[in-house]
Design a protein around this ligand. Structure first.
Ligand code: ADP
Ligand code: MG
Length: 478
């Protein structure tokens, strides 16, 4: 017997089932060309001949593939594609990209019955379909904003765990409402959708609705105009899970708050789940009525903070993987180091970079990345981050970053630290005091002294000047 590898055996068994379920012609066309290449951590990787091929499989055979794989490997099995991008290159191993299989699940709601008295109102409105007792509720959920695609870090751990708990037990945790708050682009909307998606996956019969506070407000105003406010309120009362994004938008809109207050009370009393997001904590919200604010605080308020470096890198890696792109590690690090406040901006930069690279058939280099970043980091354009200075200096002198930030007085560390301070002073807007604080807890006089020392040495020591020139080149964003 030929000595077959594990993934080959698994795939062989899968093929047997697949063959029984589709026509021979389809089998030959779409399954015979597939080559199993690995099975690791429950992920089976299949090599397919082209991107088109991959799309076709995902479009037509994904349900079958998933069932078969689940049967052969287990419920937690995953599928990944390795796509041959370019066969013309004269290499032993073709250029491939890996793509995870999509996890398209049904996010739609089953139609729900409206209260009978609704028929009394003859006016057509978006919430009632005349002549029908059932209404269709579009969940408005975006399948890409799933928990799978969300990277957990210290910055969002509480919010993410609470969100996860709620999605497993809607209406059945102490987190009702769950209010997620924090700055722009930090994942609030993503988490809000993830909760809805999680619930739809586990409880397909629950009616889930995601709405932006702005949409809610607009619909409410329309309902006043059309004399259908009762329908509006009744519609929202039908939800099992109501997710309202950016509730700070309700500020100053008393009538809307009033309507929401009633809906909130009804849902809460009947054990339905409420999920809210806001750009600040309830205590800091202005223009929201006290009775509503106090209800926001009934459950759990969890914040999301800007992600640390490691989380930023993990987010970029996840995003790249999802796009099936290969990006050099230094480019990825550069992105993560340079954009440190807003994940949306970081993603935007990455997307443009990938687009630039593929449109111009240029490989994505650090130079291209540097050019791109300028366009994305509006306010801090041309300013390198302190983290990046530390990284570049430490890489250059082969020192661990922790040493630079420690209090050690070892000669080579002291020099690297002085150089880092010098570049921070030259290239960032940080004050001397904060530069010092971030370089081993030094005070502003130490930073000033460091800058003088570096300037002096640069004039007298040729080798030292060489270091500075190298580093400046590496750091220069232009
Ligand atoms: P917010 O609603 O807080 O302004 P979003 O939820 O719209 O922010 O997030 C902005 C972008 O960043 C989205 O594309 C989202 O997918 C992404 N994002 C934010 N946080 C994370 C995370 N922890 N992991 C992966 N992607 C994230
Ligand atoms: Mg948002």
């Amino acid at each position: 017997m030929k000595n077959k590898k594990n993934h080959e055996l698994i795939w062989e068994d899968c093929l047997k089932i697949i063959k029984d379920n589709i026509s021979l012609q389809s089998f030959k066309t779409w399954f015979e060309p597939i080559v199993p290449i690995r099975f690791k951590s429950k992920v089976l990787t299949l090599q397919v001949p082209s991107h088109f091929f991959y799309e076709w499989l995902e479009e037509h055979y994904i349900d079958l593939l998933k069932k078969v794989i689940k049967k052969e490997i287990g419920a937690d099995a995953k599928l990944e594609y390795s796509i041959i991008m370019d066969k013309s290159v004269d290499k032993k191993t073709p250029y491939t990209v890996n793509l995870p299989t999509s996890s398209k699940k049904n996010l739609s709601n089953t139609p729900v019955s409206m209260p009978l008295n609704i028929g009394e109102n003859p006016i057509r409105n978006p919430f009632v379909i005349p002549g029908l007792k059932k209404v269709n509720v579009d969940s408005n959920l975006n399948p890409t904003y799933s928990f799978d695609n969300f990277v957990e870090g210290d910055c969002n751990r509480l919010a993410r765990s609470a969100a996860f708990a709620v999605s497993n037990k809607p209406g059945g945790t102490a987190f009702n409402p769950l209010l997620i708050y924090g700055g722009v682009g930090l994942g609030k909307t993503h988490l809000a959708h993830a909760i809805g998606i999680g619930i739809k996956n586990q409880f397909p019969n629950k009616t889930v609705l995601y709405t932006q506070a702005e949409t809610f407000t607009r619909q409410f105003i329309d309902s006043i105009k059309n004399n259908t406010t009762n329908d509006f309120i009744n519609f929202y009362k039908l939800m099992d899970v109501l997710i309202i994004d950016d509730v700070q938008f309700f500020a100053g809109k008393e009538k809307t708050q009033d309507a929401f207050f009633h809906i909130f009370n009804h849902l809460h009393q009947t054990g339905k789940q409420l999920v809210l997001t806001a750009d600040k904590a309830p205590v800091e919200m202005k223009g929201i009525e006290q009775r509503l604010l106090s209800r926001f605080k009934w459950g759990l308020s969890a914040d999301v903070q800007p992600p640390g470096l490691e989380t930023r890198i993990a987010i970029l890696e996840k995003k790249i993987y999802g796009n099936g792109v290969n990006l050099p590690a230094d480019v990825l690090e550069y992105l993560a180091y340079s954009i440190n406040t807003n994940i949306r901006e970081m993603e935007g930069a990455l997307t443009s970079l990938i687009a630039q690279g593929s449109l111009n058939k240029k490989s994505i280099t650090i130079e291209l990345a540097k050019k791109m970043i300028d366009k994305f980091v509006k306010n801090t354009a041309r300013e390198v981050s302190m983290d990046y200075i530390h990284k570049i200096v430490c890489d250059y002198f082969n020192l661990p970053i922790e040493l630079l930030k420690s209090k050690t007085r070892k000669r080579e560390v002291v020099q690297a630290r002085q150089i880092a301070m010098y570049f921070a002073k030259k290239m960032t807007k940080w004050s001397l005091a904060s530069i010092g604080a971030q370089c081993g807890g030094k005070d502003h006089a130490t930073v000033l002294h460091a800058c003088r020392t570096v300037n002096n040495l640069a004039e007298t020591d040729k080798q030292f000047r060489g270091y500075l020139e190298d580093l400046e080149k590496k750091l220069n964003v232009n």
